[in-house]
Design a protein around this ligand. Structure first.
Ligand SMILES: [Zn+2]
Length: 171
């Protein structure tokens, strides 16, 4: 006997394509095509937008959409993780797909923060006063902290932070 993953209706003769009854199917299909097109938008924006803050926001959109779809899978709807760009099914579980996205986001943040730290160090070195120098360093440390809060592995920013903290001892 089959039970619809959405409305819970069950019966011996209930046709359940993808784990969903005929009445619920159009709604579920609409929802998934909406998720798919939102995924595509977010994924493209990640490559297009300039500021790290905005880009991380789009990474978080991808994660939220993955988690939303994974929620349907958990209820018994047959839906596979898809590539955010092509929409093609990925050969992994939802859990793995979410982990991969989190990892990609963390790597992206740590790479860019490392570049920012190098720029901040260069700017601090040519700062005209120790007050200005200290302001640059503190601003960078705050920036590192604000991204740590959004990461699965915040320790990935330790290296970048350790490059800049010695500058504080010079004050
Ligand atoms: Zn149903």
């Amino acid at each position: 006997m089959g039970t619809c993953a959405i409305c819970g209706k069950s019966g011996w003769f209930l046709s359940l394509p993808g784990g969903v009854c005929r009445e619920c199917l159009p709604g579920v299909e609409n929802k998934f095509s909406e998720i798919q097109s939102d995924l595509k938008v977010a994924h493209r924006a990640i490559r297009r937008v300039r500021t790290l803050d905005t880009r991380v926001g789009y990474f978080e959109d991808v994660l939220r959409l993955y988690e939303e779809a994974a929620g349907y899978a958990k209820r018994g709807v047959e839906i596979r993780p898809v590539d955010p760009e092509t929409g093609k099914p990925l050969n992994c579980s939802w859990e793995e797909a979410i982990q991969q996205q989190r990892k990609a986001m963390d790597e992206h943040i740590s790479e860019e923060i490392l570049e920012d730290v190098q720029k901040a160090l260069a700017a601090a070195k040519v700062a005209t006063s120790s007050k200005k120098q200290s302001a640059i360093i503190h601003k960078m440390l705050l920036r590192i902290d604000s991204f740590r809060e959004r990461m699965a592995e915040p320790s990935m920013l330790d290296e970048a932070e350790s490059m800049i903290t010695p500058m504080l001892d010079d004050e």
